[in-house]
Design a protein around this ligand. Structure first.
Ligand SMILES: CSCCC(=O)C(=O)COP(=O)(O)O
Ligand SMILES: [Mg+2]
Length: 245
């Protein structure tokens, strides 16, 4: 284990920890090498087999509206190639992953420091929430099927692109308004600087997660953490190890 000294940036801890998923709580490789290829392989057959499903119908209709004149499945594949965070794609990926988790093909890998931190912070009365481009349904699947068991009861909210894009300050204002949170009591943790810039513009506290495994490049505008123990030290939160039983 690497020993580091991390200097606090606040003395009053935030009341809400809002967490990105990819690159923050799960390795980028899990999303890009496991989840995305699974969805890519499953989507053509799934959209035919479940054509009467309301989520499929709505997602295909929205895809047609967004890309008129292109076959929807072709458009979905193009969005996947570009890693475009488009709501209809995210809804369909969520359906595909639900099948994979249900039959045991998929299990979610979190960074090992994440479950103890979530448990410690939840146990000390902090509000935990997710904000990811993945659909809320897909977020619940990830946290419901981790190698550490079902962690969904630790979270109060699963927020997705219905709040708006993660690089827009307005999305964070919408989150504050819908959840009834005060901006300066919320800490947003993400690996993507543009997301943190937007959250900071809306008044949230921010922390960049820089994971060595993901090759994340540290920016200069936000406090940097390498794991959840660093986040705890920076923001005066309970140390994960102290609450481990
Ligand atoms: C929640 S499911 C997998 C994540 C995903 O689909 C994605 O696009 C990653 O988005 P994030 O906002 O968590 O970086
Ligand atoms: Mg991320």
């Amino acid at each position: 284990m690497i020993s580091r000294t991390v200097n606090p940036v606040v003395t009053t801890p935030p009341k809400v920890i809002l967490l990105d998923i990819e690159g923050t709580t799960t390795p980028v490789s899990f999303v890009h090498k496991v989840l995305f290829p699974y969805a890519r392989a499953a989507l053509p057959a799934l959209t035919e087999r479940r054509a009467a499903d309301s989520v499929v119908k709505e997602a295909l209709a929205e895809t047609r509206r967004m890309a008129p004149g292109v076959a929807p499945v072709e458009q979905l594949m193009a969005w996947m190639d570009a890693d475009a965070k488009m709501a209809p794609l995210k809804a369909l990926q969520g359906l595909a992953w639900a099948e994979g988790y249900a039959d045991g093909t998929l299990q979610a890998t979190l960074f090992p420091d994440v479950p103890p931190a979530l448990r410690a912070w939840h146990g000390r009365g902090l509000t935990l929430a997710v904000y990811s481009s993945g659909s809320a349904a897909a977020q619940k699947l990830i946290y419901g099927h981790t190698t550490d068991g079902d962690l969904t009861p630790l979270f109060s909210a699963f927020l997705d692109l219905e709040m708006g894009g993660k690089k827009e300050a307005a999305s964070y204002r919408t989150i504050l308004a819908t959840q009834g949170w005060k901006a300066d009591e919320v800490l947003f943790v993400s690996d993507v600087v543009a997301e943190l810039d937007a959250a900071s513009e809306a008044g949230l506290l921010t922390c960049q997660m820089v994971r060595a495994e993901d090759g994340t490049v540290a920016g200069t505008a936000h406090p940097v953490a390498h794991d959840m123990t660093d986040v705890a030290a920076l923001f005066a939160l309970p140390a994960p190890a102290a609450d481990r039983s």
